[in-house]
Design a protein around this ligand. Structure first.
Ligand code: HEM
Length: 276
C-alpha cells in the first residue's frame, strides 16, 4: 500500500504498465489490494476471477470510475473520455509501428491485400464486408496488437455487497480492477509474451485470457467497428504507401493509454515513388 490518498495512483498512470503490474503481480500473486485515487482496490489477474467479476457474477460488481476523477471532470466526461480518447487511433498507431518494425510481416500483409485488390479490379467493384472477412493475416496482426499494446490495461468495477472471491472477502464498496494487460502478457497463456507474433492467433486463445474489448454485459459495443476501420485503413495504406518512423520511435508515452512517444511521427511515401 502506498500513501493514503495518492497511493499507487501516480505510478499507475505514469509508469510503464508492464513494470507497474508485473512487479506487483510477481510480489503479491493473482489478487492483491492497493489504493487508487484514495479508494481501496483489489486488483485481479487470473482469467477465472476476471470471468467471475465481469461475466458470471457481474450483478455483484457494478461498473464504476474512481469518484475523484468524476468529481474533477464529471461522470459523462469520464464516459466520453473513453471514446474521445481515440482508442481505435491508438491501436492503429501501434499497428503501424509493429508493421514498420517487422518488414517481412508488412510485405505478407500487403500480399494479402494485393490478392483482394486483384479480385476487386476483376469484378469491377468496391470493397465489401465479405472481403474484410478474407483478411485473416491482417486480422491476426490486429489481435496481436491489441494483446501486445493492451491499450486499456484494466477496468474498474465496484462490489455492491461483501463478495467472496477465490478465498478472499472483498468488502462492499471496494473497487475491483481486472488487469487485462497482466493476463495478456502472461507467459502461461501467451508464450514469449514480449515477442510480437500474430501467428499465435492461428489457434484461439484459452477462454478469458484475451479481453482487449472487455468481457460480459459491459464489453465494448464498438469492437467490430474498430476492427473494421483498422482493416480498411490497412488495405489502402499497405497497397499505396510506405512509412518511415522519424527519429527513434521506441519510446512509449502514458496518458494514460500507452502510445508511441510523440504519437509516432512518420514520413509517408507513395509506394510507386520508392526506388526498387
Ligand atoms: C480498438 C478500439 C477499442 C478498444 C480497445 C475498446 C475497449 C473497450 C473496453 C475494454 C471496454 C470495456 C470496459 C469495461 O468493461 O469497463 C469498452 C467499453 C465500451 N466501448 Fe470500447 N473500445 C474500442 C473502441 C470503441 C469504439 C469505436 C466505440 C464506439 C463507437 C466504443 C464504445 C464503447 C462503449 C460505449 C463502452 C461501454 C459499454 C458498457 O459500459 O456497457 N469503443 N471498450
Amino acid at each position: 500500500m502506498g500513501w493514503p490518498y495518492l497511493g499507487e495512483t501516480l505510478k499507475l498512470y505514469t509508469q510503464n504498465p508492464n513494470t507497474f503490474f508485473s512487479k506487483r503481480h510477481k510480489r503479491y500473486g493473482d489478487i492483491f489490494k492497493t489504493r487508487i485515487l484514495g479508494y481501496p482496490c483489489v486488483m485481479i489477474s487470473s482469467p477465472e476471477a476476471t470471468k467471475t467479476v465481469l461475466v458470471t457474477h457481474a450483478h455483484l460488481f457494478k461498473p464504476t470510475y474512481p469518484a475523484s476523477k468524476e468529481k474533477i471532470i464529471g461522470p459523462e466526461a469520464v464516459f466520453f473520455q473513453h471514446l474521445a480518447h481515440d482508442t481505435t487511433a491508438s491501436v492503429l498507431t501501434w499497428v503501424l509501428k509493429y508493421l514498420h518494425d517487422n518488414v517481412n510481416l508488412l510485405e505478407a500483409v500487403t500480399e494479402e491485400h494485393e490478392g483482394i485488390k486483384k479480385k476487386l479490379v476483376m469484378e469491377n467493384r468496391g470493397i465489401t464486408w465479405d472481403d474484410t472477412r478474407q483478411m485473416s493475416l491482417s486480422g491476426r496482426v490486429i489481435q496481436e496488437t491489441l494483446r501486445s499494446a493492451s491499450i486499456l490495461s484494466f477496468t474498474f468495477r465496484e462490489a455492491v455487497q461483501d463478495v467472496e472471491l477465490e478465498g478472499y472477502t472483498i468488502p462492499k464498496g471496494w473497487k475491483v480492477l481486472p488487469l487485462f494487460r497482466v493476463i495478456h502478457h502472461s507467459a502461461d497463456f501467451f508464450p514469449q509474451p514480449e515477442t510480437f507474433d500474430p501467428s499465435r492467433f492461428k489457434v484461439a486463445p484459452r477462454p478469458n485470457t484475451f479481453m482487449p474489448f472487455g468481457n460480459g454485459v459491459h464489453s465494448c459495443p464498438g469492437s467490430e467497428l474498430a476492427k473494421l476501420e483498422i482493416l480498411i485503413l490497412l488495405h489502402h495504406l499497405t497497397l499505396s504507401y510506405r512509412w518511415q518512423v522519424v527519429g527513434n520511435g521506441d519510446g512509449i508515452q502514458y496518458c494514460p493509454f500507452p502510445v508511441p512517444k510523440h504519437g509516432l511521427l512518420i514520413n509517408i511515401i507513395p509506394r510507386n515513388k520508392i526506388p526498387n
